[in-house]
Design a protein around this ligand. Structure first.
Ligand code: ADP
Ligand code: MG
Length: 373
């Protein structure tokens, strides 16, 4: 699948790059007593790849379905390219949608499935066939147009769904856990293909996943959802390295959470008391609450030969586990249990003179956050 896949001929003069802005203003969805989505504000810029990331039940699918027009919202407004679309049926919203189960019509061939998107939009028969063939060809299924979905593998069905979503040159693409049914290797391959396709077309993508690695790998921006609300959003590295709460920190991966008291806050930085680990300067994004902790990812904790001025402490090694590419060390330091992860290839370079071990970290890799739980 390459970037030139889908013809742009129906977008003459190509204002395309400026197309596909999605905006949700205070959008809510209630199912009886269940608040599936709670006053969500979200803006996706044209050409941006934004991922809704959250655990099962956090409201991701509901949010996407309201943008697509398959679910009616209880309150708020959805805008596409600055126009309210609240009363527009799905087919008039100019959005390509791939559902979690692909939702291919089982009785139609792959080609007929792709054509269907054009038939809905009243494209004449001959042009329909030609464009569907081109779209299928370019997702690598040119020879399989005659097959029914059940005669295709999961990955192939997913490509058909993608071709169907893109064949009418939509303003934006909405993808709900499109890789969930694929095995790991194929999933990673499809992630790269979708990313390449998106960059080549410059198309807006609103992507849904519960898989933090997938979100990290694909997104320009990650929007973390919990209980129908956005709890944090930002570029992947920012959300990963600078979580606002312990829940976000833990949801995005392993981390060391060290309870602390705040001594001083000055803008981007804070001085905190980490108990047995002493005073430390850490990053501060202004989150406020009752109880605080510092989050340091295991790969940002480093072995040191002796204490540096700040952020260092004597440690005791409890266990080391080889995980292949990395080694996970469990340590105690200053009365805390810590996890340190290093590349297996770095392991031999570590010096531990007279058995004394020190650990430390860079101040900009330690994040002050609010303890919710
Ligand atoms: P996600 O996609 O993040 O797993 P969903 O958007 O599917 O979450 O669901 C959000 C919440 O709304 C959940 O609590 C779910 O049980 C509820 N929900 C979703 N669809 C319906 C429905 N048709 N009727 C009642 N509750 C629903
Ligand atoms: Mg879902």
């Amino acid at each position: 699948m390459t970037a030139s896949v889908i013809s742009r001929e129906s977008v003459p003069g190509t204002g395309r790059a400026a197309q596909g802005a999605i905006e949700l203003r205070r959008v809510s969805k209630h199912y009886g007593d269940v608040v599936a989505v709670d006053q969500l504000d979200l803006t996706v810029q044209p050409g941006e790849f934004v991922t809704l990331l959250g655990p099962s039940g956090s409201g991701k699918t509901t949010t996407m379905m309201m943008v697509a027009g398959f679910e009616e919202h209880t309150a708020g407004t959805v805008l596409i390219d600055a126009k309210p679309v609240d009363t527009l049926p799905p087919r008039d919203r100019n959005l390509g949608v791939v559902f979690q189960n692909y939702a291919l019509f089982p009785h139609m061939s792959a080609l007929e499935n792709v054509e269907f998107a054009l038939r809905m939009r009243k494209v004449p028969r001959a042009e329909r066939r030609r464009r569907a063939e081109v779209a299928l060809d370019r997702v690598g299924l040119g020879k399989m147009g005659g097959r029914k979905p059940r005669q295709l593998s999961g990955g192939q069905q997913q490509r058909v769904a993608l071709a169907r979503a893109l064949v009418f040159n939509p303003a934006a693409l909405l993808l709900d856990e499109p890789m969930a049914a694929l095995d790991k290797r194929l999933r990673e391959q499809m992630q790269e293909e979708i990313k390449t396709l998106q960059k080549g077309l410059g198309i807006t993508v609103l992507f849904v996943t519960h898989d933090q690695d997938e979100a990290m790998a694909m997104s320009d921006r990650i929007v973390v959802m919990r209980d129908g609300k956005i709890v944090q959003s930002g570029p992947p590295e920012e959300v990963y390295n600078h979580p606002l709460t312990d829940w976000v920190a833990s949801f995005l991966g392993d981390t060391n959470l060290i309870p602390c008291t705040v001594v001083e806050r000055n803008g981007e930085e804070a001085v905190v008391d980490l108990g047995g680990l002493g005073l430390a300067r850490v990053r501060d994004r202004g989150a406020s609450g009752e109880n605080y902790a510092v989050s340091i990812r295991p790969e940002h904790l480093k072995f040191r030969t002796r204490a540096s001025a700040d952020n260092g402490c004597a440690a005791t090694l409890v266990s080391s586990t080889n995980l292949g590419a990395t080694v996970r060390h469990r340590l105690t330091a200053g009365g805390h249990e810590l996890q340190l992860r290093e590349l297996s290839s770095d392991r031999a370079e570590r010096l531990v003179p007279d058995g004394e071990l020190w650990v430390g970290w860079d101040a900009d890799k330690a994040q002050l956050l609010v303890l919710e739980s």
